[in-house]
Write a new protein. Structure first.
Length: 584
């Protein structure tokens, strides 16, 4: 152990030496200096395990002495030697980077050695803590906090020097899949390998940081312009061209990079990181494995999203949604046999909005869940109203978002809503999307079974546009397939659409499912569908969605296939639903 003793008083030195000698520690090497100037010189040229420091030296006193030692070697643990009178002061400076203190002439060699060992340990854990505060323990590169500090400093420098900073923000595409399939440990190993490769594509002055999870950032200080940042982005992407070997597996993974330039896009460093994040999401949206520069337009899109999202929050409260109904015409008799409820938003400033204008925001923000329940409720209320005013009762198809379908008690919500209005479940058809049915098949199968037990009919909407798996289709208790408008549109126009329509119709026939075609606009389409056994159609050719009040005219011109079960007293249904609940 190498000790630097900084002490000007010869008696104190003699006492300490005597104490240590008595301990008979062979490996102790003591270097003594009598001034701060000599201490600093010794620290510059040698590595010491600990510094024993008398605060009052000829050329330095008090806290200044501590600071001078720390500046000379920030990694050396310090034990202060205090006189009897300065104990309070010694304790006070423990909080300022001193690891321990000894009162001169007190104690013996054992206590002195113990203090030294303790100081060394304490310094080590302090360093570890400050490392963890600034660095990512897994990859040992700077963490988010460090990165933000540096970014702030760099932007101050850039502002003064009129320089540009490039900021790249990226994450690994589908990294979650790696974690989910190979385990978190394998994910960590992969991250480590990725960082090793990334280090090769940044210059020594650039700052590479792990911001969390699989998110990374690179700061390029003092760049010529966007092209320099683009070059680094391309380097980053090329790092992923070769696969990574994890044990016996070869893993191919890509990244998506967002780029922003200071001060072109903003001069606030925190917004800068945010902008790069926004740009990265655009890169992901455009198919991943590429980079995107932040643009003001992206920023506006985000603002627009937040505006719609907050308007949506009030829309239910303010009763701004309305439902329109589109008839489905049975092809066997040309009569209206069902309706599809379609959501519209009467926005106080923007006017009448179609689902395309707000549904994705509602889904992303989760607002779709209460909205979906509102739709179901409103449909039931409408049926009840029609029953009471003598309007012929038709089955109504209701679109169900994946978020609603995935609620574990969705079937109970359906049952409760129907019960509240006394609606026979056969009058409701729930339209599910293929994406709802994609995930874990066991869960989906159970959810479908529970829904089926409530007595409602189940349809797959936009069939063929997502990932249909014919095998599952056979196992799912589905009643109806809806051919998507995009395929119907191509009927008679190209072979592709015609082939798909024909295919869906034949699947329907062989699995004994009803087929409804959407978006029928002309005679040609209608003729084809009729000829190939399509059950019913909906579309402009008959009627676009209309308000409830306009349905009477349509019923008059087409007639309806009125429903055979009258709406019951709500209480009856409540009893029925309790019983069916017990049977399960
Ligand atoms: P969808 O369920 O496939 O509904 C059919 C869409 O095609 C409706 O658009 C309808 O107005 C439109 N359409 C029907 N026939 C024709 C036609 O001949 N020509 C043309 N050009 N369009 C036709 P809409 O009402 O804008 O709804 C779009 C989508 O929004 C729906 O597609 C559905 O996925 C979703 N959606 C609508 N209402 C709800 C709802 O209450 N809840 C949920 N979760 N989604 C809904
Ligand atoms: Mg639909
Ligand atoms: Mg559809």
């Amino acid at each position: 152990m190498k000790i630097l003793l900084v002490e000007d008083d010869a008696n104190d030195v003699a006492f300490l030496k005597a104490c240590l000698r008595r301990q008979d520690v062979k490996s102790v090497e003591l270097v003594r200096v009598a001034s701060m100037a000599d201490a600093v010189g010794a620290l510059k040229n040698n590595q010491f395990d600990v510094v024993l420091l008398d605060l009052n030296l000829p050329d330095s006193t008090g806290q200044n002495s501590v600071r001078s030692i720390q500046n000379a070697d920030s990694s050396a643990p310090i034990v202060v030697l205090s006189g009897e009178g300065d104990e309070d002061f010694a304790i006070e400076i423990l909080n300022r980077g001193v690891q321990d203190y000894l009162v001169k002439w007190e104690g013996d060699g054992r206590t002195i050695l113990r203090a030294i060992r303790y100081a060394i340990e304490r310094k080590r854990s302090e360093e570890r803590l400050s490392f963890l505060a600034q660095y990512d323990p897994l990859t040992e590169i700077p963490n988010r906090r460090h990165f933000q500090d540096q970014l702030e400093r760099a932007s101050t420098r850039a502002r003064r020097g009129n320089k540009q900073i490039g900021l790249l923000f990226f994450d690994l595409d589908h990294f979650k899949t790696v974690n989910d399939t190979l385990g978190h440990q394998a994910g960590d190993v992969l991250l480590g390998m990725v960082v090793e490769r990334l280090k090769t594509c940044v210059r020594s002055g650039d700052l590479l940081a792990r911001l969390g999870g699989d998110e990374f950032a690179v700061m390029l200080e003092d760049i010529e312009g966007p092209l320099a940042a683009e070059a680094v982005a391309k380097n980053i992407l090329s790092v992923f061209e070769k696969s990574f070997t994890l044990g016996s597996r070869d893993i191919s993974i890509t990244a998506s990079v967002g780029i922003t330039i200071y001060p072109n896009d903003t001069n606030d460093p925190m917004t800068l990181l945010n902008n790069a994040d926004i740009a990265m999401y655009q890169a992901k949206d455009r198919g991943r494995n590429n980079f995107k520069f932040f643009t003001q337009h992206m920023h506006e899109e985000i603002i627009e999203y937040h505006r719609l999202e907050s308007d949506l929050r009030n829309a239910l409260l303010n009763d701004e949604f309305v439902l329109m109904y589109q008839p489905q015409i049975g092809l066997a008799d040309g009569k209206v046999q069902a309706l599809e409820a379609l959501l519209r938003w009467n926005h106080p400033e923007r006017g009448f909005l179609l689902p395309a204008e707000f549904l994705s925001v509602a889904e992303e923000s989760g607002h779709i869940v209460p909205i979906g329940l509102w739709v179901l409720e409103r449909v039931c209320r409408q049926l009840r109203e029609w029953q009471e005013t003598g309007v012929p009762l038709l089955r109504i198809a209701v679109n169900i978002a994946p978020a609603n379908f995935h609620q574990s008690d969705f079937h109970r919500q359906v049952e409760a809503t129907l019960g509240r209005y006394g609606i026979p479940p056969g009058l409701i058809e729930l339209e599910l999307t293929e994406s709802s049915l994609m995930e874990n098949t066991d869960n989906v199968q159970n959810a479908l079974r529970r829904l089926k037990l409530t007595g409602v009919r189940l349809a797959i909407d936009d069939f063929g546009t997502g990932h249909s798996c014919l095998n599952y289709l056979r196992q799912f208790p589905i009643d109806v397939l809806k051919i998507d408008r995009s395929f119907v549109m191509d009927l008679g126009r190209n072979e592709h659409g015609t082939a798909i329509c024909g295919l869906v119709l034949s699947i329907g026939r062989s699995l004994n499912l009803e087929v409804v075609a959407e978006g029928v606009e002309n005679e040609t389409q209608l003729a084809y569908l009729k000829k190939h056994g399509c059950g019913s159609v909906q579309g402009q050719y008959f009627s676009m969605p209309v308000r409830p009040g306009e349905l009477a005219a349509i019923f008059e011109s087409h007639g309806t296939k009125a429903n055979k079960h009258p709406v019951r007293d709500p209480q009856d249904t409540a009893v029925v639903s309790v019983q069916s609940g017990r049977n399960r």
